[in-house]
Write a protein of this length. Sequence first.
Length: 135
Amino acid sequence: ASPSFEWSQTLPAADLALRYFLQCFGYGLLGTLTGLLIRHTALATLVYIAYVFLVELIVRWLLYVTIWKHKSVFFLPDSVLEKLVPPPLPQTAEELMSQQTFLASFSPLETWLSIFFYLTLFAGLIWRRFRRADF
């Protein structure tokens, strides 16, 4: 098992605002990209919600359980973004989650590199869509 990840290792305690901003910015970019690609508001919203709550979870489980038991399976966009500011959980839920072997923890370098990779990728795809679009 990999060691537990502590954000205090990378930045001081005041970094919570920066991490929250990056998380919101990433979710916003992913939602904007979905909206630009689909161009129908209701359908784009449903696809975004389905991706965040269902598709990525199913893909992650299928890849991890059936094909490849490696922690790189957990570097999907939503998984990486949710690592920035994890939801506040009661103590018992945290204990249960820490006992699960399928929850891979990332090193600080892996986390920051993957976050900036996805932010750059989403922003680049949005920029490309705007350049090629004929609105």
